[in-house]
Design a protein around this ligand. Structure first.
Ligand SMILES: NC(=O)c1ccc[n+]([C@@H]2O[C@H](COP(=O)([O-])OP(=O)(O)OC[C@H]3O[C@@H](n4cnc5c(N)ncnc54)[C@H](OP(=O)(O)O)[C@@H]3O)[C@@H](O)[C@H]2O)c1
Length: 319
């Protein structure tokens, strides 16, 4: 997709996906919005906005006709944008945006029928936010694209994921890792791939402003693989990088489902959410749009480099 000349207003720049986005959008006019700017980011291209806060940015501070791209929590972005739209409307102004691309989560699909209340509440929160964001964009006649990514992984600059890096860490600590004999499917997406999808959709929406209809796209990586194969590929990558890495030598121990459930059972009274997360190892969380089909590129097998080898030791927003 040919890039447009619109400025970009980026939320969630301090995530690994946001870092990858900044790399992809290098040379384009980007304003980072958020509570903290990424390390080394120029102050004059940073807009201090707390999506949870009471104050709104002044209309003059916002770049004109921008592509808003967000990797921040959608349940914070949606009310913020609704309030900004109403406030600007009161001043006879409009939202100065050419398109909105925001990240929700595939959990709206995969956790819809969760047995635990916490996950069901997350689904409600995500759905309410998606609807609210779409309503705001519809009122302002701005194209809205909602990405519902599945498991995000990978490293960009100094930012890494908190998902697969934790699995690697667990495999480093344990000599063996019990697993159900048959694990479910996964379709992990690298942050760089998700960032490319967001940029592609933003440019596409701005290029064809008649296309104001909202889209919700559940998106995953190019390869669907079992949870066990995912762990094996991580181990392989760990051994290639460092033959001594203990993660590469943890023994994966497939267990009959009954025994595996018995092992997981003590978790139930402590954390229903944690117990369900362990049982989800057997569930298929895949079948999403593979990112290469959206981008029109060659599929990339899992794992896409670079990987995050250690979980973040500081909060993702800290610079
Ligand atoms: N991780 C996954 O596997 C996964 C799966 C599905 C969907 N998602 C979605 O994908 C996106 C990226 O996920 P993630 O896990 O990497 O990041 P995340 O932890 O969900 O989002 C953190 C980002 O949002 C910003 N943020 C948080 N509160 C804010 C506030 N009050 N005001 C302004 N900015 C705020 C943070 O900035 P600072 O803290 O620096 O201010 C940081 O850049 C998110 O939309 C997430 O919901 C993630």
């Amino acid at each position: 997709m040919k890039e447009t000349s619109h400025p970009i207003l980026l939320f969630g720049a301090t995530t690994a996906t946001g870092s990858a986005f900044l790399e992809l959008a290098a040379g384009r006019p980007v304003v980072v919005a958020g509570r903290r700017h990424p390390p080394g980011w120029l102050e004059d291209r940073f807009l201090s906005i707390d999506l949870n806060g009471a104050s709104l940015p002044s209309p003059e501070a916002l770049p004109e006709n921008a592509l808003l791209v967000s990797f921040a929590p959608i349940w914070l972005l949606a009310p913020f944008l609704a309030t900004l739209h109403n406030s600007l409307g009161g001043q006879g102004r409009r939202l100065p945006l050419a398109a909105v691309v925001a990240c929700s989560s595939s959990s709206v699909i995969t956790k819809r029928f969760a047995a635990n209340r916490e996950d069901r509440r997350l689904v409600e929160r995500l759905l309410r936010a998606e609807e609210s964001l779409e309503a705001t964009c519809a009122k302002a006649a701005i194209p809205c694209r909602i990405l519902r990514p599945t498991l995000i992984y990978g490293q960009a600059r100094d930012r890494g994921d908190q998902n697969l890096s934790r699995l690697v860490q667990m495999m480093r600590r344990l000599p063996l890792l019990p697993l159900p004999a048959e694990t479910g499917q996964r379709q992990p997406i690298h942050g760089r791939q998700l960032a490319a999808a967001a940029l592609h959709l933003a440019d596409g929406a701005a290029r064809d402003p008649a296309e104001t209809a909202s889209l919700r796209i559940a998106i995953g990586g190019d390869e669907t693989l079992s949870y066990t194969t995912l762990l094996q590929r991580l181990q392989q990558a760990a051994r290639q990088r460092d033959p001594q890495d203990r993660a590469g030598h943890c023994r994966l121990l497939p267990l009959p489902p009954g025994i595996f459930h018995l092992l997981a059972a003590p978790l139930l009274p402590i954390s229903a959410k944690g117990f369900e997360a362990v049982l989800r190892m057997e569930a298929n969380l895949a079948g999403f749009t593979p990112v290469h089909s959206l981008l029109g590129t060659e599929p990339e097998p899992f794992p896409v480099a670079p990987l995050a080898w250690h979980p973040p030791t500081r909060s993702p927003g800290e610079s």
